[in-house]
Design a protein around this ligand. Structure first.
Ligand code: ZN
Length: 272
């Protein structure tokens, strides 16, 4: 597929570049949309980040990331709610249609309790999401993160939360890295689409062996994920938004980032 009209990228993908450099390079590379990691714009106001994106004709795809609702300490949980409310307001200023949420997990909190804490967290920030028009996209993470990062690990679980809470501002971010292994992928992506809940689609690849749980994601085509198949599933389920390249990789961050961005463009055309 070499249609670049839906080619988007996460700022974390070229982490060594400051935001200002990244947006210029992205526009030159034919990228159309950007998901902004909050750390990448910590030194400027969200509205100034928005102006930089606008100046390059780049759409703001999402703010990344909020959530982290789970903790054994109620004070910490309260603090995280406040952080999420602040992030919702910053996202509105940035012009981001939604925030990607990593729901949180903690080895000291049993999973069943974590699930309740996630639901309570979502319910406490949804009114602000509604007031500001910023959607909340639950990103189910691969089960290897169920101990300390995310207690929501499948699209089915994310769909169940959406159905149970029943709020139109709540949806799902489908990231191939986290869900490619799931035998229920086809049926749950269809269900997610039928509910109108597919808010985002992220791509990268799964390397064998994966040498680091967090920072060894592959460039599309370097691993075993059938990305065109999953893209087809989300599109047949009605998704027509951006296809976002989101790669965390110590190996690729160590490369010349201009060369890396060139490789991303080629891989997008060939393997996405
Ligand atoms: Zn993602």
């Amino acid at each position: 597929m070499d249609d670049l009209s839906r080619f988007a990228i996460h700022t974390i993908t070229t982490k060594p570049w400051p935001f200002e450099t990244a947006v210029e390079k992205y526009a030159q590379a034919g990228i159309r949309g950007v998901s902004v990691w909050k750390e990448s714009i910590a030194h400027i106001k969200p509205k100034d980040a928005r102006a930089l994106l606008d100046a390059q004709g780049l759409a703001t795809v999402s703010m990344v990331r909020g959530g982290f609702f789970v903790s054994p300490d109620p004070k910490v949980r309260e603090g995280r709610i406040k952080d999420n409310l602040d992030l919702i307001r910053a996202s509105a200023e940035l012009g981001a249609p939604h925030i990607v949420l990593v729901c949180g997990a903690d080895p000291k909190v049993p999973l069943r309790v974590a699930w309740d804490q996630v639901r309570q967290g979502l319910e406490s920030i949804l009114p602000e999401a509604e007031r500001t028009g910023v959607g909340l996209a639950i990103e189910p993470l691969h089960p290897m993160y169920a101990d300390a990062r995310a207690a929501v690990n499948t699209i089915r679980h994310a769909n169940d939360l959406c159905a149970a809470i029943g709020h139109p501002m709540l949806g799902v971010a489908v990231d191939v890295y986290h869900v490619w292994w799931d035998p229920e992928l086809e049926v749950e992506i269809a269900r997610c689409g039928a509910m109108g809940r597919i808010f985002a689609f992220h791509v990268c690849d799964w390397r064998t062996p994966t040498v680091d749980f967090l920072n060894d994601r592959g460039l599309m085509g370097e691993g075993c994920i059938d990305i065109p198949y999953i893209r087809d599933l989300v599109e047949r389920a009605g998704f027509s938004g951006f296809v976002e390249v989101e790669i965390f990789s110590d190996r690729l961050w160590a490369m010349d980032q201009d060369e890396f961005l060139g490789n991303i463009g080629k891989a997008f055309k060939e393997y996405v």
